[in-house]
Structure formats: structure tokens, C-alpha cells
Write a protein that binds this ligand. Structure first.
Ligand code: ZN
Length: 318
């Protein structure tokens, strides 16, 4: 097969790389600032692709990873946060037109899942569930070696699964989604609420008028490791709800491996001890857990890029 080009359009950086078939290391790679709120996004994107274009070789396809919501079937971005210019924007068709090469788009979580499945922790598995626990909760599902995209291309939004319709507000505007219980901001919000209510802790409430960002999930994890009861409880609660969510996901998808990515997953046993306890209690048949691998992601920041590559390879060869 000819060269594949992959781009990961992140909130702060656009990263592009070109790959020869069967080689994990890129031929060329380049990153530039995304500058999402400034005009000229498509020009920056085409420029970074030009920078990694192979000399003389043919390019088979271009894979694009971007935050959603988007339509992978048409290659349109629907309503990217912080980027009014790309609202209802035909991103993949424009890139394809510009370079005369087919281009494919999917969201960063789906492609991180695909990257881990092809090149990372999920290698050798056919049924893979990937969950990133970070500022939000994103996910991707591979069933019998196929990325689950769905009719509208909106499948596997597991972070927006309804855990409790009367629960806390989610970033999407609805109540009680998994993300509103177990993401980084959800952990911080819980701590702040408890501090407000007078719960004793070594953690301090940021002074009024300061941003909530003064307390980070990492600082809560640090306080928990020092034995702070409220911090431990905040992670316990997040892990408990994560177990409730994942139990339902096992019932729906029955994967052989669950891969956790994202910064909050790095809290280790603080999150995962209560998670495992909760999961075990909630699967309705123990068979779901037999041989199930639960592990952390291997590709780090490269997962989206390698997933975009895997998408382009799959589409180009099908
Ligand atoms: Zn939500």
C-alpha cells in the first residue's frame, strides 16, 4: 500500500504524520498550534499535511481525528466547541478536494480506541472497549474487529450514559451522565461541594472570584495519598460510578478487554479499587468477567494519531 497520512486535531495542537505501510515509526511528523478560535483553521490543517507529505511517494489516504460531535460517514464536523468557523463544516471533503486523495474523519475517542486496538494495549483482541477519563469521558468500541460508528456516526458516547436522571449536571447540559460523576471536573466539583458544606479536609476551597481550576483532580489525588478522607471519598465515589457505568457497557458490548486512558485513570488504585469492587457487584452474570482484561492505554498522546492512521488504512484497503 502507498503512504498514509494521519492528523490529530487537538484542542491546542494539530499533529500530522506520514507512515509507510507496516512501519510504526512515521516517515515525517510535524505539529503546529490549533488556534481553534482564530480563522484560517483549514489553511493551517492543509499546511501541516503538506509538511509531512512524502517526497515522490503516492499517498493512499488521509485520516483525521478531531473532537466531536461529527459525522464520520460524511466527514462533516457538526459543532466543535470553541470553533465557530468549523460549525457544520465539510472537513474531510475539503481536505480530500485540496489534495486529490480520499480523506476520512472520526472523533478522537473512537480513533484512540482504534489506535489501541491496532497498535497498543488491545493488540490481538477482537472486541475492545476504550474509555478515556479526563476533562470529559470519551469512549470507543470495536466489535468483532470493526469500529462501532452507528447510523448517525454517534455511537459509543459512553460518557453520556445516563446513570441517574436526577444526578449532577453534565458538560453536555443533561443531568446524571457518567461524565458528571467520574470525570476530573466531577471529582473536583464534588470536593468543592463538600468543603462548602463544612466537611473537614486538608484541601482548601479556592477564594471566591477565583476559577474552579484552582483545585485539580491531580491535587485531590495527592491529598488522598496523604490520607485526606474527603479526597479518598471523592475518588471512591468516582470509581464506584465508573463501575456502575462499565457494568452496563459489558452487558451491551461484552468486550474481551477494557482499556482506560486519560489523566484521571492515572490515579491508580484510588480510582480502580472502588471501580473493581463496584463492577464485580453489578455485572448480572460473572461470565462477563471471565478472562476479561482491564488495563491502561499504551499509546499515550499518539493514540489519536495512530487511530487516524488505522482508519485511513482500513478504508483505503476496503
Ligand atoms: Zn453528558
Amino acid at each position: 500500500m502507498d503512504t498514509i497520512i494521519a492528523v490529530d486535531i487537538g484542542g491546542t495542537q494539530m499533529r500530522a504524520a506520514s507512515y509507510a505501510p507496516d512501519k510504526l515509526k512515521p516517515i515525517k511528523q510535524k505539529k503546529i498550534a490549533t488556534l481553534a478560535s482564530e480563522p484560517g483553521g483549514l489553511e493551517r490543517l492543509t499546511r501541516v499535511i503538506e509538511e509531512v507529505w512524502p517526497n515522490g511517494d503516492k499517498v493512499a489516504a488521509i485520516g483525521l481525528a478531531s473532537p466531536g460531535p461529527l459525522d464520520p460517514h460524511t466527514g462533516y464536523l457538526l459543532a466543535p466547541p470553541n470553533n465557530p468557523e468549523w460549525r457544520n463544516f465539510p472537513l474531510a471533503p475539503r481536505v480530500s478536494e485540496h489534495f486529490g486523495v480520499q480523506a476520512f474523519l472520526d472523533n478522537d475517542a473512537n480513533l484512540a480506541a482504534l489506535g489501541e486496538y491496532r497498535f497498543g494495549a488491545g493488540k490481538g483482541h477482537h472486541d475492545v472497549m476504550y474509555i478515556t477519563v479526563s476533562t470529559g469521558i470519551g469512549a470507543g468500541v470495536i466489535i468483532q474487529d470493526r469500529l462501532l460508528q452507528g447510523f448517525h456516526g454517534l455511537a459509543a458516547e459512553l460518557g453520556h450514559s445516563i446513570i441517574d436522571p436526577d444526578g449532577p449536571l453534565c458538560s453536555c447540559g443533561f443531568n446524571g451522565h457518567l461524565e458528571a460523576f467520574s470525570s476530573g471536573p466531577a471529582i473536583v466539583k464534588y470536593v468543592l461541594g463538600e468543603l462548602e458544606a463544612g466537611t473537614k479536609s486538608s484541601m482548601r476551597r479556592p477564594r471566591r472570584g477565583k476559577r474552579e481550576g484552582n483545585l485539580t483532580p491531580r491535587e485531590v489525588a495527592e491529598a488522598a495519598r496523604q490520607g485526606d478522607a474527603l479526597a479518598i471519598q471523592a475518588y471512591r465515589r468516582a470509581g464506584e460510578y465508573l463501575g456502575i457505568g462499565v457494568a452496563s457497557f459489558l452487558h451491551a458490548f461484552d468486550p474481551s478487554i477494557v482499556i482506560f486512558g486519560g489523566g484521571v485513570s492515572q490515579a491508580g488504585s484510588l480510582l480502580f479499587d472502588p471501580f473493581h469492587e463496584s463492577l464485580k457487584k453489578r455485572v448480572f452474570h460473572p461470565r462477563y468477567l471471565e478472562g476479561l482484561v482491564i488495563t491502561t492505554a499504551e499509546l499515550g498522546d499518539d493514540a489519536g494519531l495512530l487511530g487516524a492512521r488505522a482508519l485511513a488504512e482500513m478504508k483505503a484497503s476496503s
